[in-house]
Write a protein that binds this ligand. Structure first.
Ligand code: ZN
Length: 99
């Protein structure tokens, strides 16, 4: 059965469809490209999932430690993890609109 062992020791179950722990990371540019294909009627239901697998990076969130595992590139199984900031961190990113 599909599951991965997170660095924290939790085994993340990936067998449910749709899976509550997995997702797809897709750039805004790729989303616009996809919407154009949909508008042209060029994407059916099966092609929808194929397109996301080919153009997005798989993500898996650990429900225990909230670490996020992200595929190193679209369509690959190599994963790299990202940890949330600790609760003690008071850093808040700011958006700027300077050229
Ligand atoms: Zn974890």
């Amino acid at each position: 059965m599909p599951k991965i062992l997170c660095r924290c020791g939790h085994r993340i179950w990936l067998g449910d469809i749709p899976c509550p722990h997995s997702g797809t990371l897709v750039s805004e540019a790729k989303v616009h490209e996809f919407v154009s294909l949909v508008a042209k009627g060029a994407v059916g239901e099966d092609a929808f999932f194929d397109w996301f697998r080919e153009n997005g990076r798989e993500t898996i969130e650990c429900p225990e430690c909230e670490r996020i595992w992200i595929a190193m590139s679209p369509g690959t199984n190599g994963l790299i993890s990202y940890n949330p900031e600790t609760p003690e961190s008071d850093y808040k990113p700011e958006f700027t609109f300077d050229p």
